[in-house]
Ligand binder design. Structure first.
Ligand SMILES: *Cc1c(COP(=O)(O)O)cnc(C)c1O
Length: 221
C-alpha cells in the first residue's frame, strides 16, 4: 500500500519535473501540529525528518523524546511567536518560519546573541493583505528584510506565506518569488495540503503539508 508520505512525495516530484525543477530542491515540512506522537512515529520510521509545529509549548511537550529516539530531526516553527517565548523557541526549533514584526525581530536578535544560538529564519509575508493574517505587507518587505539582516544581523534565509484561501494562489506565489529574488533570498516556504503542487510549480523550496500526510485535524488550530 502506498503511504500518504509516498503519495505527497510523488506529487512533489511530478510538479517539480513539470516545471523543470529537481525534487531534491524541495523540502517537505510535515506539519504535525495537534497530532500525537503515535501519529508522528510512522513518518519518522519511514525516514522523514523535517517537521513543522505551530505552538512552542506543544512542540516542547512532543519533540524532546522523539529527538532522542530519532537522529537529525529538523523542527520548524510555523505558527506565531510571542516575544516572551523566543528564548524557549530557539532551543526547541531549528528554523523559525514566522518572523513577522519588528518587535519580534529585535527580541530574536538580542536573545540569540545571549544564548549564542543562530536560528535560521524566514520572514512571513502577508501576501494577500489579509487583516486576520500575520506577516509583513509585501510593500514593506524590502525594508523589513534589510532591518533584520543589516541592523539585527539575523540569519534570514527566505520568505514564507499563506495565500488567501478560495483564490488562485499562483499569482501570490509569483509575487513571493519576486520579493525573494530582488532581495537575494534563496528559500521560499509556500504551499499547504490544498496548494503544494501549485507552490512547487511556482518556485517553492519548501512546502508545509499537514492534512494530506496525517489526515484531518481533530480540533481547529
Ligand atoms: C496548519 C498549517 C499548515 C498545514 O496545513 P494543511 O492544510 O493541513 O496542510 C501549513 N502552514 C501553516 C502555517 C499552518 O499553520
Amino acid at each position: 500500500m502506498t503511504s500518504k508520505l509516498e503519495t505527497v512525495t510523488q506529487n512533489i516530484q511530478t510538479s517539480a519535473e513539470e516545471s523543470g525543477r529537481k525534487q531534491e530542491d524541495i523540502t517537505l515540512v510535515a506539519v504535525s501540529k495537534t497530532k500525537p506522537i503515535e501519529d508522528i512515529i510512522p513518518l519518522l520510521d519511514q525516514g522523514h525528518r523535517v517537521f513543522g509545529e505551530n505552538k512552542v509549548q506543544e512542540a516542547a511537550n512532543k519533540w524532546p523524546d522523539l529527538r532522542e529516539r530519532y537522529r537529525s530531526v529538523e523542527l520548524h516553527l510555523i505558527g506565531p511567536l510571542q516575544s516572551n517565548k523566543v528564548r524557549q523557541a530557539i532551543h526547541i526549533f531549528d528554523v523559525i518560519e514566522t518572523l513577522d514584526r519588528p518587535k519580534l525581530a529585535r527580541a530574536l536578535s538580542r536573545i540569540s546573541q545571549e544564548e549564542d544560538i543562530s536560528c535560521p529564519c524566514y520572514i512571513q509575508i502577508n501576501i494577500g493583505h489579509e487583516a486576520q493574517k500575520a506577516g509583513i505587507a509585501p510593500e514593506e518587505a524590502d525594508a523589513f528584510i534589510a532591518l533584520c539582516r543589516e541592523e539585527l544581523a539575523l540569519p534570514v534565509i527566505g520568505l514564507m506565506c499563506i495565500p488567501p484561501s478560495g483564490q488562485d494562489p499562483a499569482p501570490y506565489f509569483r509575487q513571493m518569488k519576486e520579493i525573494a529574488e530582488r532581495n537575494g533570498l534563496a528559500k521560499l516556504s509556500m504551499g499547504m495540503s490544498r496548494d503544494y503542487q501549485t507552490a512547487v510549480r511556482s518556485g517553492a523550496t519548501s512546502v508545509r503539508v499537514g492534512t494530506a500526510l496525517f489526515g484531518a485535524r481533530s480540533y481547529p488550530k
